[in-house]
Design a protein around this ligand. Structure first.
Ligand SMILES: [Zn+2]
Ligand SMILES: [Zn+2]
Length: 116
């Protein structure tokens, strides 16, 4: 099975941070508790260090996690066509509007002329 395959998780009605709170239908966490759970796991397993986290998964300065995210077909991350920026589709769209406004305008002009 592909390394990126995730199990399908079903919300249980209780907050997954373990606080015991009831949460709404279809929700895993009470408001903000996803961040608390993430921080607790980071502290527990990686001394709260993202460098430790990356290293534990085989990533670091010589093995780019960003590159891996962009090239994995199961991952939604994309790379900007005009620079080295990478991110989720929504953040790529924001980045392009902010950092390549001329390109954006050019692309729109081309599209308006019937090109691709
Ligand atoms: Zn909680
Ligand atoms: Zn860019």
């Amino acid at each position: 099975m592909p390394s990126n395959e995730k199990p399908r998780l079903i919300p249980t009605g209780k907050c997954w941070c373990g606080c015991g709170k009831d949460v709404g239908l279809g929700k895993f966490f009470a408001a903000g508790h996803d961040k608390i759970a993430e921080a607790a796991l980071m502290a527990l397993k990686y001394d709260g260090s993202v460098a430790q986290l990356l290293h534990a998964h085989g990533f670091g300065s010589h093995h780019s996690v960003r590159h891996a995210a962009v090239t994995d077909p199961d991952c939604s991350w994309e790379k900007c066509a005009d620079c080295n920026y990478s991110g989720a589709p929504a953040s790529i769209a924001n980045h392009r509007k902010k950092d390549h406004p001329d390109r954006h305008a050019l692309a729109q002009a081309i599209r308006a002329l019937g090109g691709t």
